[in-house]
Design a binder for this molecule. Sequence first.
Ligand code: ADP
Ligand code: MG
Length: 324
Amino acid sequence: MARGEFALIDRHFRAVGALRGDVVLGVGDDGAILRPPPDHDLVAVSDTLVEDVHFPRGAAPRSIGHRALAVNLSDIAAMGATPAWSLLSLTLPAAEDDWLAEFATGYASLARAHDVALVGGDTTRGPLVVGVQVLGFLPRGRGLRRAGARPGDRIFVSGTPGDAAAGLALLQARLSASAAPEQAAELRERFEFPAPRVALGRALLMIASACIDISDGLQGDLAKLATASGCAAHLELERLPISAALAAIHDAEAATRSALTGGDDYELLFTVPPAHWPAIEALRGTVGMPRIAEIGVLREGEGVVLTRDGCPVPQAHAGFDHFA
Ligand code: ADP
Ligand code: MG
């Protein structure tokens, strides 16, 4: 990479690189040397953001920096793990100082908030692509998986799914904000700066039977969990948590569709056996936890069954799939 680009990245990321004592050797050599804590397993995740696919052309660089890390922290959260280290592979069409500074601000402030050190990466020229890897820890032998849910377990979701998809539609002016400008700003914020549910995931390690993060839409990601667990997921539509902001810009049907099939929420979708339902009540009273809604139950069978007030309803189309 060019000296100028690296100097800029180095300047903006230096503080985040020096965050943790378990980084034996960070940015600047051919590789990083990292020291995992004893009696833990390493968890590795990787997610890439491509311009025009995962964010619109001209998106705010601070948002791109935030989201590139947030989507990875969301995967770490869905495993019940604690994030520690990150790697950043940047492909840039040009070295634009102001853009890079803003991008770095978005990445670094989220990294600092979660005590994640940037320990290396790669910088190349080409169409805008941001690849991130995050490494984290789990107590040895533990971890939340998509498999593990049993018939009788209740299904829960954090936050208010559907908001981010509406936020993206507003950013792209596919949806009008004129009727409710404050609510529209809130929804745009939910797309641009999602909050990865790391504390919730860690708390769920002792509570949940299965967990997945919602990146491609609640319904599609619930189907993945149900398949992995060998169960049917009965999703009770009347229980879907619809935010006031979403309700302000959509009618009830469009809001439900957004909550079911909208992507980019980065909330946690998880199942809890009856013995642990009281623990969910306790979590709900804990400061710093997102809203947690109970949205259905697992039964014998397969796939996702949508119900309203106990009666089956026809399937809406499934979540976003790159290869569909
Ligand atoms: P090499 O040619 O050995 O791969 P580079 O010049 O690509 O070396 O990288 C030098 C150092 O800078 C390495 O430690 C690498 O991890 C780090 N680095 C390069 N790009 C980034 C980036 N975008 N973010 C963080 N660290 C980076
Ligand atoms: Mg090298």
